[in-house]
Design a binder for this molecule. Structure first.
Ligand SMILES: [Zn+2]
Length: 151
């Protein structure tokens, strides 16, 4: 067997391995209607979040302008409620940014591909969490590395 043939053989088995990987993960390039589906889903999530965030800011302004509570325990619980609110707000802000970035990715055609290995992300995974940026394999190995680092 010539070197050329051997190399072609290796190339062929690599391609084959990739194909097997594809079908195992159900990963494939997203169709136009799939992209529209995700765009709609993300846009709705974004609208809900933006509306929700606006409401809480109003609530906080309301609480601010109210006269001080006579009972100090009420006051303390109000403070912790507010801290809790702020933590949620912070998480929401991060999620809003993620959603905006994901919508950009739908525009530029990089949506649905893993940022680490470049392979298509499983459709069901995207459906459950459209803002995900990694395929399950990369995410799992990242989490395992994190676990090891923490040890
Ligand atoms: Zn990946």
């Amino acid at each position: 067997m010539s070197i050329q043939c051997a190399l072609q053989g290796i190339e062929f088995s690599r391609t084959k391995a990739r194909e097997i990987n594809y079908s195992r993960r159900n990963g494939m390039k997203l169709k136009k209607e799939d992209l529209e589906y995700f765009r709609g889903m993300l846009q709705k999530q974004l609208d809900d979040l933006v509306r929700g965030a606006g409401k809480t800011v109003d609530d906080m302004v309301d609480a601010e302008t109210k006269t001080s509570f006579p009972d100090p325990t009420d006051r303390a619980s109000m403070e912790s409620d507010r801290n809790f609110e702020l933590r949620i707000r912070d998480r929401e802000r991060k999620l809003i940014n993620k959603i905006k970035k994901t919508l950009d990715k739908i525009e530029d055609g990089t949506f649905g591909f893993c940022e680490v290995c470049g392979e298509p992300i499983d459709f069901k995974r995207l459906e459950a969490r459209p803002v995900t940026t990694q395929c399950i394999d990369c995410k799992t190995s990242e989490e395992e590395e994190e676990k090891i680092r923490k040890l």
